[in-house]
Ligand binder design. Sequence first.
Ligand code: COA
Ligand code: ZN
Length: 310
Amino acid sequence: MTVYPECVELTDVCLRDGLQNLETPIPTEEKIVLAEKLIEAGFNSMELCSFVSPKWIPQMADAANVVETVKKLDKAHKVRFIALIPNLKGMERAVASGVDAVTYVISVSERHNINNVNRSCAESFAQIKELKKIQPQEMTLCLALATSFGCPYGENISPECVLNAVRTGLEFGADEIMLADTIGAANPAMIERVLEAVLKFLPPDRLKLHLHDTRGLAMANYLVAAQMGIYRFEASAGGLGGCPYAPGATGNAASEDLNCMFTEMGIKTGVNQEKLLKAVAYIDSILPGCTTSSNWKRISGAPMRISCGA
Ligand code: COA
Ligand code: ZN
């Protein structure tokens, strides 16, 4: 019989990956309400924002304000707050904000890295040393390897490319690694191949997975990863999101789908599905038509009957 982790750690990334693609600025107050609802749902890990150039991503211009306000909501400090950073300036801003962890993004694909952060992969890797110099002891530096399963510009991404990036990142001092399927190109066999290679270098407690659901394969991909002992996953409430520098990339995997799958399988997530659906309903109210929540709306209020073989 397949062995699964007893519990999994879900990080909601809606406030960053979910919102970054939207042209209409979302008022800071609405971001705070959403954060409050996600905390209330029980996420003990959340990505709140990115400290990137406001010229590139105007939606994140209020990042410092969001972190400052949301931290005050979590008086018992139960939640690990994360911010994405693209460079040293982002790290300086993240340190000043007091987030618990940063996600430093480098793409496995050279072209995507240039389009996303305006520098070569080698330059991005070399900068990890500079980040380490100002990293507070209690802060975690997670290296997110974007385009780990496919590149929007057609570059060939093999498991060896990913493995090389993982090893380079660890050599430069990343505390943990996240493999990101930026455009939703992965399938379960690819996940298995890449994770098999990476797990030889890194224990599951230092590895995270961030998947997009472009082709409806995200849940199958998460499941295969869980079967391999991976238990730290990122997803976005309402399936909101997409990378502005990855043409064609659609939404993230939905946190509510992932939470439903694991919870109904008896795997603890710590996240209350009903409360999470309330957060999704709030997103629907401020961003009508942007979430993937229509199926949930149809069944909410009527518990699904689950029968074997049906
Ligand atoms: N936060 C705020 N401002 C920043 C910044 C940061 N992290 N990094 C650079 N800047 C500012 C500089 O101070 C400078 O400002 P000025 O014109 O007022 O002097 C300006 O941006 C240009 O700086 P430069 O270092 O030349 O940046 P760039 O134009 O080469 O852009 C990045 C590099 C990394 C800042 C930009 O590509 C970026 O923000 N990318 C993020 C993309 C993203 O979020 N993708 C989705 C998530 S993976
Ligand atoms: Zn993403």
